[in-house]
Design a protein around this ligand. Structure first.
Ligand code: CIR
Length: 254
């Protein structure tokens, strides 16, 4: 079974952290609706959605991906780069305790889950405003005993590595080459997003299906041409907070 941990959009959502975007009004009720449809899409793909309690005073708490990285063998509780987000991790750690042994990124390391991209046994970590060298070193040390190799990827123009690239298959990445140097990924095969759809690289993979943002029809076409079953979700209000699709869930097999 695939579990999807999610958390509702809080009433304080409009006070989210912003790095690359200007603050614009967010319709929090619509953001909540879009988030519910996202959860419904995960359920329609067979996930069991485990919705955590709302964290009313943590504006970015809907973006649970950043609080942990779940591997088959272990879950790593992060230390988010934005200090406003650090209180998000305790409840995520409790939720993961029944499923995986936990390890923790400690100060002075910082790591956001959105910067960690796994492709088979290769792990790529974004060197971003949120993830520092010590966070990468700790992640590498924690994962090495399980046979994972960890390499850095420089990102530019976006918040996290997974804004720029996600795995759509065990050996195929969907990439926006404007935001990450694709040579970083060595021999892994790559499909580029349509250049007019920069946010399209952030897709959620559930089994053989993909969730893609509704605002990326051309990239969707590229994926369907390759034989993927692609569903779309409109997350326009979540995008105003620099959130994408992967950041709204923690997905793992039980
Ligand atoms: C932040 O700046 O932390 C939030 N406003 C957005 C986080 C999005 N997370 C992600 O893409 N993994």
């Amino acid at each position: 079974m695939i579990v999807a941990i999610t958390r509702p959009v809080p009433a304080s959502f409009a006070r989210c952290e912003l790095t690359h975007l200007e603050r614009v009004p967010i319709d929090v009720a619509l953001a909540s609706k879009q988030h519910e449809r996202y959860e419904a899409a995960l359920e329609s793909l067979g996930c069991e959605v485990r919705r955590l309690s709302e964290e009313p005073d943590l504006p970015d708490s809907v973006f649970v991906e950043d609080a942990a990285v779940v591997f088959d063998e272990v879950a790593i509780i992060t230390r988010p780069g934005a200090s406003s987000r650090r209180p998000e991790t305790a409840s995520v750690a409790s939720a993961l305790t029944p499923y995986r042994p936990l390890r923790v990124i400690e100060a002075p390391g910082t790591l956001d889950g959105g910067d960690v991209l796994r492709v088979g046994r290769a792990v790529f970590v974004g060197r971003s405003a949120r993830t520092n060298a010590d966070g990468v070193r700790q992640l590498r040390d924690l994962l090495a005993p399980f046979g994972y190799t960890t390499a850095c990827a420089d990102v530019r123009g976006c918040l996290h590595l997974k804004s720029a690239a996600t795995a759509v298959d065990d050996d195929l990445l969907l990439v926006n080459p404007a935001w990450v140097d694709a040579r970083t990924f060595g021999g892994v095969s790559r499909l580029d997003v349509d250049p007019d759809e920069p946010s399209a690289a952030n897709v959620v993979r559930v089994g053989d299906s993909l969730l893609c943002v509704a605002s990326a029809p051309r990239t969707r076409e590229r994926l369907t041409t390759r034989g993927f079953d692609v569903r779309t979700v409109d997350v326009s209000e979540l995008a105003k907070a620099e959130g994408g699709l992967t950041c709204c869930s923690l997905l793992f097999e039980t």
